[in-house]
Design a protein around this ligand. Sequence first.
Ligand SMILES: [Zn+2]
Length: 422
Amino acid sequence: MEQNQVDNSMKCQKHLKNDIIYLQINEINEKNSVFYCEICVNRDFNFKPQNFVRIKEILDYCKDSVIFNWPPLDSHAIQQHLIEIFENGEKKCEGLKKKIEDYFESLKNDIISKIDDCKSQFLKFVTENPFSESQIKKKYEELSKGDLLNQIIKEQSHNPSEGEKNYRNFIIEFIEKKKENSDYLLNMIEKNNQIYKTVDFEKLNQIKQMMIADFDQINHILQNNGVQTLKNDILESLEFIKSKHDTKYQDLHIERDSLNHSLTLKIQEQQLGYGTYYYSNKILEKNKKYRFKIKVSNVDISNSARFGFGLCRDQIKDSAILLQDNIFFHARLSQFSLNPTNLTNSVIKLVKGDFKHCNKEIEIEINIFLEQKIFNVIEANHNFEITVADQYKENLSNYESLRFYLLLDTFIQFQFIEAVEI
Ligand SMILES: [Zn+2]
């Protein structure tokens, strides 16, 4: 019944017997009907197919198709792309997903096989080393002739005077070889020590860190194209609270620039010459990754000033032992130099580069991955990269409720240009 009603309403008003077959969807005017039957098409010398949609297509419309010519668009090419997407889009997208899967699967396999290869080379170097402990033991047994000595003593214990003669002859042989045997064994022992120096874990860990950092290049491909990976911008919500670590603390002046998306921090009254600690309102979550990009500058042209940043447990954030967690970087910054102050007491470690070319204003990226025990700082121009000293790395994953904190001297300015939680 309903179908009939629709059919009835689809007759041409001008040519009453004829079904409407087209709906005009573009360049319409008041004078003409937007409904066209076969004869209407024939009579319209200016009939442009691109301005019409077939009624049948509208009636047959289902979600998986494009209604040809609908909606009105600037170019026919868009329509073509849409049709292509509707017809082959799913297959194309699946194809790309498959390629991504294949790429990462092959990357993973290639890397695993490289790693396995290196691992077996290293193990082979140790186990098959001619100066390994087992080789030294063997050599000792060989040149000491302990068995023979043991035998001589046992056999001749019932005849000590006879035994003494044999024993003397036996030891004279060894006394003569004393120098030769000493040199031989000492050489082996030295070569054995060398094994432990060759397998240099400091170097190996540096390479590991670098490789992990290199992997970020893969993500950068997406980020450089403006793709937001699953990261949460925390710059807007980031606040800093002054620590009661020192009684002489100063208020912080905070400026948010929503246009440039930055957060600038400096001490309010720039006349007193001591540093103040400020900690983040946010407690860092263990399973998340944090990245801060900060420009640090000293606005005083005549003096150097202290700045720093690090992590501390929530329970000591207001106490005198704020630095006790040993995850921090402190430095002095002047017009001419950047001098880290906690390299000497080994709280931090230089991974690569040096501080020679840094002064006045530096831009740094701080990566904090608590679960992975990573706290590293990369200078934007790759002049240096630093990390937490090995003995404090455990603190990153062991400590609960860590906060990020800043140390500012008068005239130091921190400008956060990025703060993300991944
Ligand atoms: Zn008609």
